[in-house]
Design a protein around this ligand. Structure first.
Ligand SMILES: Nc1ncnc2c1ncn2[C@@H]1O[C@H](COP(=O)(O)OP(=O)(O)OP(=O)(O)O)[C@@H](O)[C@H]1O
Ligand SMILES: [Mg+2]
Length: 456
């Protein structure tokens, strides 16, 4: 690819000579004669590097640099300076200019700078690409997921503590991983502790380590998770389940970066970024005396909320299609196709287990119906019953399962639910169910097979 270089200078001679030198070396050169034009050209032409005069009419070179840094942080800028402005050029490098070149300049110096700057730019773009790939593991096209991905990209490199909130199965762990991968600590360990899975009496030793004999069963000295995460990130999952004793100790690490392993008086210092997550209502736990308020404040420097699946318009289908393809590929089979009516049922279902539940449902479907067309009756009962529930239960906002259904599909769905319920009540006895429904037994048999209820 030909690298494009933008030359910004109000003096025609300078523009011309740089054009000859850079053009001769194979670069594509674009010119601008003032700051405003430069900003417009950067927008329109997306150059790979910029040579920018420090003194410009209209918009000063330093101001142009500032704006370029803010809008295009990966675009390398080389300042062009005269002897009189060399101090400002040094200042410019502090503002993020890649380097500067003093007039009158040598051809070699220009070419060296051009080569290095475009190289740096390439690396910057590659990093940006990897970064995007990392947060895009967190799929979702709805506005709240897009906003969440942006927040992650903004917060990850800052080293600030993050508290991730969201219902079970919403993707909190993926968020924590992305925060680590996009931070300056990404080459260091990412250590995860599920506080809910560790008994109260063991959590301290798990987190801070213990010396031999410190407690029953502590046969040998062990390293804690904080030590393992030194220089990296420690993900404290289900932090709401942590014992108050352990909370006090965690608080101290957050305040002082130090702790003593269980049974030891030796102070250990660590440099750990803590990311915590919970599906619980921490302020509620604080009110009940089960969670320390001071710890909550320390953890919640940046709160990130992962929305529940039922509030992510359009994401059930987007994620569902993704999981269909992924599981089919994993198993080497053809992915089933879901009918429109099936997608609508998935869409109105409330997904108490969020993305994890959707993943499980799709995995079942792929295993059960490879290559087939999947109708509402083939979905797990809690989902296909959606139609029935919305008839009998209280109306759920925005969850009318008939919206967009063809009349025949809606009729079938209702009929299917009514018949299924009658059969359940009569333990599969078709004669009794037919009696209750006011149908001839043979008619009910016909409806059962027409509606695909034969297997139940
Ligand atoms: N937006 C998403 N895109 C793709 N996969 C997702 C997304 N959200 C969650 N998943 C997948 O769903 C599953 C559950 O996600 P995760 O374990 O991160 O949830 P969680 O919020 O930590 O749940 P819990 O509270 O139960 O621990 C994982 O397999 C994860 O890869
Ligand atoms: Mg989790």
């Amino acid at each position: 690819m030909t690298e494009r270089i933008l030359v910004v200078d109000d003096e025609q001679d300078i523009r011309h000579s740089l054009e000859i030198v850079l053009g001769g070396a194979g670069y594509q050169v674009i010119c601008a004669k003032d700051g405003e034009e430069a900003l417009a050209v950067v927008e329109a032409e997306r150059p790979h590097a910029v040579f920018l005069d420090i003194e410009l009419p209209k918009l000063d070179g330093m101001e142009v640099l500032r704006r370029l840094r803010a809008e295009n942080p990966d675009l390398p800028v080389v300042m062009i300076t005269g002897h009189a402005t060399i101090e400002r050029a040094v200042q410019a490098t502090r503002l993020g200019a890649y380097d500067f070149v003093e007039k009158p300049f040598s051809r070699e110096r220009i070419l060296l700078l051009a080569r290095n700057a475009t190289e740096i730019g390439k690396m910057g773009r590659e990093v940006a690409r990897l970064r995007t790939a990392e947060v895009e593991k967190l799929r979702g096209a709805c506005a709240s997921m897009r906003a969440l991905r942006e927040s992650i990209q903004r917060v990850a490199p800052t080293d600030k503590r993050v508290l991730i909130l969201g219902e079970s199965g919403t993707g909190k762990e993926l968020v924590a991983c992305a925060l680590h991968s996009l931070s300056a600590r990404s080459a260091e360990p990412f250590i995860q502790v599920n506080c809910a899975a560790i008994p109260d009496e063991l959590i301290e030793a798990e987190l801070f380590g213990a010396v031999a004999g410190a407690y029953t069963g502590a046969a040998s000295t062990r390293e804690g998770r904080f030590a393992a995460a030194d220089r990296g990130t420690l993900f404290l999952d289900e932090i709401g389940d942590m014992s108050l004793r352990a909370q006090a100790k965690v608080l101290r690490v957050l305040q002082e970066g130090a702790y003593e392993p269980v049974g030891s008086t030796r102070t250990v210092r660590v440099d750990v970024r803590v990311v915590a997550a919970t599906h619980q209502d921490l302020p509620g736990l604080v009110a009940d005396g089960l969670f320390r308020q001071d710890l909550l404040f320390r953890l919640k420097v940046i709160p990130l909320e992962v929305p529940p699946l039922r509030e992510r318009a359009g994401d059930v289908r987007l994620l569902g299609e993704h999981f269909l393809a992924a599981y089919a590929a994993r198993d080497g089979i053809v992915a089933p196709r879901l009918s429109e009516a099936s997608w609508r049922l998935l869409d109105v279902y409330t997904w108490p287990g969020n993305v994890r539940e959707l993943q499980n449902v799709i995995e079942q479907i792929v295993t059960r119906w490879p290559g087939a067309e999947v109708g509402p009756e083939d979905l797990p009962p809690e989902i296909s019953r959606g139609v029935m529930n919305s008839l009998s239960g209280p109306p759920v906002a925005g969850a009318n399962p008939y919206v967009g259904l063809r009349l025949q599909e809606a009729r079938d769905a209702v009929e299917r639910d009514v018949i299924r319920a009658a059969l359940e009540r009569h333990h599969g006895n078709v004669t009794r169910a037919a009696e209750e429904l006011g149908l001839a037994r043979t008619n009910l048999h016909k409806r059962i097979s027409a509606l695909g209820l034969g297997g139940t």
